[in-house]
Design a protein around this ligand. Structure first.
Ligand code: NAI
Length: 271
């Protein structure tokens, strides 16, 4: 169902890789709600060609940018403002990658060059996006910026490895920059802490299938899907949530407030 929540709004959506990507669903929902936006991803991700389909479907232009490159980000914001006809109202940062996780390196034997790379891609890139927008004055007053995160920033999930630190850093940037952008332009900056979701990035975590099943059994409402996340993003981009900022918002079916559930207890054979 569409409510025209984003009618007349302009945005930039990072991170749509294929139709499983959370950013893909956000783009589809934002389009349904009347938004115009540009799509961006790392040049290497473009080669898979999937994003073209999304661009056609949503009438969007694609502007390649490595989210760790300030030069690429400057080009992205300048071109987006030009194409969309003014500063943007919303930005989705849906970017994450750990080389240590990808290569199966144990947390107690991290490769620090890989750690630095993953930190830059997954966390510092968010600061780079915000600082670039700030310098170019490319986000309109009352704009809304959302980045995606995971509860491993607060609790320990062994296989999430150095991504836990990256997400903690990302969430902190939302608070720190949220202050400055709030004062200057009333721009809101939040993170959504999403349930485990079957995507390319999600499935890269060891034991993901068992884990998603565990989270499902722990959450009274069940895991939040990528579509649920898209709806939450649209709500945050809309004018209905104008004074929500500097928050880490759980979209997880209740998981973050649970200790243990009956379904999980049953699994261990208790009566
Ligand atoms: P995905 O693999 O579809 O999206 C990750 C995106 O990051 C890809 O489009 C990839 O091309 C992009 N990316 C990687 N390096 C980049 C770079 N240097 N520059 C620009 N883009 C780059 O997976 P998903 O799950 O949709 O991930 C989106 C976000 O959601 C990530 O921040 C992830 O950590 C977060 N998240 C995912 C969860 C899950 O279980 N899938 C749970 C909670 C948060």
């Amino acid at each position: 169902m569409a409510f025209n929540l984003l009618k007349g709004k302009k945005g930039i959506i990072f991170g749509a890789l294929d139709s499983n990507s959370i950013a893909w669903k956000v783009a589809e929902r934002a389009f349904e709600e009347g938004a115009k936006f540009t799509l961006t991803n790392a040049p290497v991700a473009m080669r898979m060609g999937e994003i073209q389909k999304l661009a056609e479907k949503t009438g969007s232009e694609i502007i390649p940018a490595d989210a760790t490159s300030v030069e690429d980000l400057e080009n992205l914001f300048a071109k987006s403002v030009e194409i969309l006809g003014g500063p943007v109202d919303f930005v989705l940062h849906s970017v994450g990658m750990s080389v240590n996780v990808r290569k199966g390196r144990p947390y107690t034997d991290l490769n620090y060059d890989w750690l630095a790379k993953g930190w830059d891609v997954s966390a510092v890139s968010f600061h780079k996006v915000l600082q670039t927008a700030w310098k170019l004055d490319a986000i309109a007053e009352w704009g809304s910026v959302v980045a995606l995160t995971y509860i491993a920033a607060q609790r320990t999930f062994p296989d999430y490895s150095d991504m836990a630190e990256n997400k903690a850093y990302l969430e902190s940037i939302a608070r720190s920059f949220g202050y400055h952008y709030g004062i200057r332009k009333k721009v809101r900056i939040n993170t959504i802490s999403q349930s485990p979701t079957r995507t390319t990035a999600g499935s890269g975590v060891k034991g993901f299938d068992a884990f998603i099943d565990y989270a499902e059994k722990m959450s009274p409402l069940g895991n939040a899907t990528a579509d649920d996340c898209a709806n939450y993003c649209v709500a945050l981009f809309s004018d209905l949530m104008r004074r929500v900022t500097m928050q880490n918002l759980y979209n997880d079916g209740g998981f973050s407030s649970m200790g243990v559930s009956e379904l999980v207890m049953k699994h261990f054979g208790t009566d």
